[in-house]
Design a protein around this ligand. Structure first.
Ligand code: ADP
Ligand code: MG
Length: 381
């Protein structure tokens, strides 16, 4: 079973991504199926020996074994082999029903979608389950090539992701608001394009913050000095300049020569748009929220999104989801049935009161909402 344990730097290991795959594992264990968990973590260097040794410590999946053991109340065998050829034997030798294999990217072959690598992985099981939506936009061996060697299925999380994201694409109600922030607009412009003039699923408003806002402002001729700008994207955003649909910040928060957040007036304007929305799709923080003084824009968006009880909301992106910590307090009162602790511990229940879907995908969500075919999902067909 492929899962995604690729937790963002600095996030707790028992994050929502880990939490999100527990239902599928539970279902399999309940049915007396032995589960071998496969995942990657980060981008370990497999060429430079010294760097590889450092990565080995920092990017090992070992710390996840006790977390799974505790959450599932079952012993977990952790398997680390020097050669992938030894994996099958090691899995067979272990007695536990739940097995976690060390970071697949410690080997060459995973991120090149190498068929012989995939075949070695496939030898460890009778069936393959992909519950790693968040890596399904990557043609990796444990996501794509492996499906050639085993009967292959989507896991419960994958199913929920496709249902929730697919609903947005297929049955969009209006007003439909797209919120785009974060670092690089070039990663996200595909989503704007896909919802730009698609008839039924056309976005009515695009609220822009973060690096993308800087890039738009720069394209419109503003001197943004040292602000984060995605220069390569300037030609890509041309079709969306000077459109009534696109909302740019009317005030900004600067730190000396760089724009690091949207201003309070903009928060009010954006919140008013969110308030009248029936569908909201959000990726990317409005500013450098990791610094407290530049978190108000992102916090304001969270508040507006949570206060709108009518809208169907899709939120994704590693940092975007991490920024939920900004409003931990506010949620307890606004979201029925969810306790503050459950949120602080990393989104125990990724579906907040049914109407908000917190996707485990960052790049995968963006690709899916851009209308692209995801290699990992195509491979399951
Ligand atoms: P996500 O992971 O949610 O998809 P991104 O990776 O695109 O989001 O970008 C998140 C990062 O962008 C955050 O770490 C945030 O600090 C940064 N960021 C947002 N706005 C700015 C800004 N104006 N200047 C510098 N960094 C910004
Ligand atoms: Mg990110």
């Amino acid at each position: 079973m492929r899962v995604d344990l690729n937790v963002e730097q600095g996030m707790p290991l028992d994050s929502y991504r880990l939490e999100a795959v527990l239902p599928t594992i539970k279902l399999l264990l309940k049915n007396k199926v032995r589960v071998v968990l496969l995942s990657h973590r980060g981008r370990p260097d497999v060429r430079d020996k010294k760097q590889a040794a450092r990565d080995k410590d920092a990017l090992s999946l070992l710390p996840f074994a006790p977390i799974f053991a505790k959450k599932l109340q079952t012993p977990v065998a952790f398997i680390e082999v020097a050669r992938l050829g030894a994996l099958k034997k090691a899995v067979e030798k272990s007695v536990d029903h739940l097995v976690l294999v060390e970071n697949l990217r410690f080997f060459k072959g995973e991120d090149t979608n190498d068929p012989s690598f995939a075949r070695e992985l496939a030898k460890c099981g009778d069936f393959y389950v992909n519950d790693a939506f968040a890596v399904s936009h990557r043609a990796n061996a444990s996501v794509c090539a492996i499906t050639k060697y085993l009967p292959s299925y989507a896991g419960l999380l994958m199913e929920k992701e496709l249902k929730n994201l697919g609903d947005i694409i297929d049955y969009t109600k209006h007003p439909f608001t797209l919120i785009i922030g974060g670092a690089k607009i070039s990663d996200k412009v595909g989503v704007i394009q896909n919802f730009w003039s698609a008839g039924r699923r056309e976005a009515d408003d695009v609220l822009v913050g973060g690096g993308p806002a800087n890039t738009f402002l720069r394209a419109e001729g503003m001197n943004v000095i040292d602000s984060l700008v995605d220069g390569a994207a300037l030609p890509l955003i041309k079709p969306y300049l000077n459109s009534k649909k696109v909302h740019l910040p009317s005030d900004l928060k600067w730190d000396k020569t760089a724009i690091l957040d949207i201003g309070p007036k903009t928060v009010k304007e954006y919140a008013a748009v969110i308030k009248r929305s029936r569908v909201v799709v959000w990726n990317g923080p409005m500013g450098w929220f990791e610094r407290k003084e530049f978190g108000n824009g992102t916090k304001g968006i969270w508040k507006a999104v949570l206060a709108n009880k009518k809208a169907k909301v899709i939120i994704g992106g590693g940092e975007t989801v991490a920024s939920l910590q900004l409003v931990n307090r506010g949620i307890t009162r606004t979201e029925r049935g969810m306790t503050q602790k459950r949120f602080r511990d990393g989104l125990r229940d990724i579906r907040v009161g049914r109407r908000i879907w917190i996707s485990t995908g960052g790049g995968a969500m963006l690709d899916y909402l851009s209308g692209k075919k995801l290699p990992g999902i195509e491979s399951l067909k």
